[in-house]
Each structure stands twice: as C-alpha cells, then as structure tokens.
Design a protein around this ligand. Structure first.
Ligand SMILES: NC(=O)c1ccc[n+]([C@@H]2O[C@H](COP(=O)([O-])OP(=O)(O)OC[C@H]3O[C@@H](n4cnc5c(N)ncnc54)[C@H](OP(=O)(O)O)[C@@H]3O)[C@@H](O)[C@H]2O)c1
Length: 264
C-alpha cells in the first residue's frame, strides 16, 4: 500500500460516487467509502478489491459533524495517510418552490450538500496538507443556474463552489476544486423525473424526461473518470476553480490516464 494513494469518497454506494471508486480501485488506491447504506457499500467492496483497490467501509450520515470527524480519523488510522477527499454525496430534495418548502427540508439539504463537505474538509485538512493533497467538491450546473423548485439544491451548490474558493485562498498546500458532472443517469435524475411534476414548470420536467428518453444522460463512469483524475492529479494552479467534467483540459488527461471502460 505504501505508494498507493488514499482517497475518501462520499456517496460511494451508487451513481457517480460508486463509479469514481471503481476508477480509483483500478490504480490500486485505498478507498474510504462513505454512504448511509452499509449494505450497498458492503456489496461494492468485493468489486473494489477485485479491481485492485483496498476498500474501507464507513457507513454514516455526512450531516453529522461527529461522523465526519470519525470517518477521517478511521481513514488515517487504517491507511496511515490521506491524499484526497471527494465530496460527492448530495441530495436534490426538497423538490419544492420557496413559498411551499419546509424549513426542515432546506436545513437537511444544506446539511448534506454544504455542511458535510465543510465537516469533512475541516477534519481532513491536517492530513491533506502533509501530502500536498486535494479536495474535489462535486457541484452542479445548478450552482450558477436558477432552477425553479430546486432552491435548496441551487443555493447549497453555489455555496459549495464558494467554499472551494475559500479553501483555495486559505490552504496553499491543498488543491481544492469544484466540478460540474453534467446530467448523469443516476437515481438523482430518476427522482427529478418522478418528483419534478409536483413543483417544477412543465417544460423543465419535459427537458429532463427527454434527456432520458433520448439516451442523452451521461453514464456515471464518464464524469466519474474526470473526478477521479482530479483527486489524483489536479494541478495546484487550478485551486479554487469550478470545472466542467467535459472540459478538454480535464477530460483528455483523465482519458489518457485511465483509458476507456464499458458499462456504467
Ligand atoms: N446525477 C446528475 O445529473 C447530477 C448533476 C449535477 C450534479 N450532481 C451531483 O453529483 C453528486 C452525485 O450524484 P448522483 O447523481 O450520483 O446521486 P445519487 O445517485 O442520488 O447518489 C447519491 C449518493 O450520496 C449518498 N448520500 C446521500 N445522502 C447522504 C448522506 N446524508 N450521508 C452520506 N451519504 C449520502 C447516497 O448513499 P446513501 O443513500 O446510502 O446515503 C449515494 O451514494 C451529487 O453531489 C449531485 O448533486 C449530479
């Protein structure tokens, strides 16, 4: 393990996070996998080992500062180092217009999408500094676009982008970037198609449904490859930036590094 990178990935149980972990396993990384569903993480662990990675399962809720501190401490205790943190876990809910949204639902969204990354970054910074490590915050186009009925999501992702800039300003030894993964064929998109009609404008719902029907959603492995590459190789000059997963300056080196892989 001595020369293999160690990376903590949140939201590792499915979707983009599970695909990120697969790419990292293929280069022999130690991967600390965070999500609430222990059963799903357990089910993935064998696959990660088979690909050449070393999994560490950390089941819990990133809305808890205590859990986040323990997750980082266990990662360090298990592997003896930590090279990167990928803040990927997120929630799209509540799907509700501002006038109708429950305060508790907004609090929950901000706790998962913004406070979780803060708790984990805060806990990981001492270890990341010693490794000249990286923080990759998985953001969204919603950080800069106003989506009706997704206020808490938009605001939390905008906050995550600015948190990335603050980290870059405060921590010169750590490279911190935010990345937009595109529109990706995961449970989150299924939720938008299912719950969107309760509160979103009809044309917005139609847009998301058409992307699925026309096969235009990205498979998770494509943005995941860019995200995994950022965790391993993002240049320090990029610290503070909000990147597009398909920007050729990111997509091409990620493709050169990891190659192609079929499936999701
Ligand atoms: N899919 C898209 O089109 C899209 C577009 C733009 C940005 N993104 C961003 O990409 C990231 C990944 O999205 P995805 O599409 O892969 O979502 P997803 O399929 O819904 O998966 C979300 C992951 O986060 C975990 N998670 C959720 N809440 C958690 C919590 N409180 N504590 C710990 N883990 C938690 C889930 O596992 P458990 O349920 O087991 O906890 C799951 O592993 C998110 O940050 C999302 O905002 C996605």
């Amino acid at each position: 393990m001595a020369d293999h990178p160690v990376i903590l990935v949140t939201g590792a149980s499915r979707g983009i996070g599970a695909a990120v972990v697969s790419w990292l396993a293929a280069v022999g990384a130690g991967v600390a996998m965070v999500a609430r569903s222990a059963a799903k993480l357990d089910a993935l662990a064998g696959e990660i080992t088979g690909l050449g990675g070393t999994p560490l399962i950390l089941a819990g809720d990133i809305a808890s500062a205590d859990f986040c501190a323990r997750a980082v401490a266990r990662t360090h205790a298990t592997f003896g180092r930590m090279d990167a943190l990928i803040n990927n876990a997120g929630t799209f809910e509540p799907v509700a217009l501002t006038a109708d949204a429950e305060p508790e639902a907004w609090q929950r969204a901000l706790a998962v999408n913004l406070l979780g990354p803060f708790y984990l970054s805060r806990a990981a910074l001492p270890a990341l500094r010693t490794r000249q490590g990286r923080i990759v915050n998985v953001s969204s186009g919603a950080a800069t676009r106003a989506l009706p009925a997704a206020g808490a999501y938009c605001v939390s992702k905008a906050g995550l982008n600015h948190f990335t800039r603050v980290l870059a300003a405060e921590e010169p030894a750590v490279t911190s970037v935010a990345v937009r993964p595109g529109v990706v064929d995961t449970d989150m998109q299924a939720l938008i198609r299912r719950k969107g009609p309760t509160a979103m404008p009809a044309e917005q719902v139609a847009f998301y449904r058409r992307l699925k029907a026309d096969g235009l959603l990205e498979p998770p492995r494509i943005p995941a490859r860019s995200i995994a590459w950022l965790a391993l190789r993002a240049p320090s000059a990029w610290s503070g930036k909000f990147l597009d997963y398909d920007d050729p300056e990111l997509h091409q080196p990620a493709l050169d590094f990891f190659g192609e892989r079929p499936g999701n």
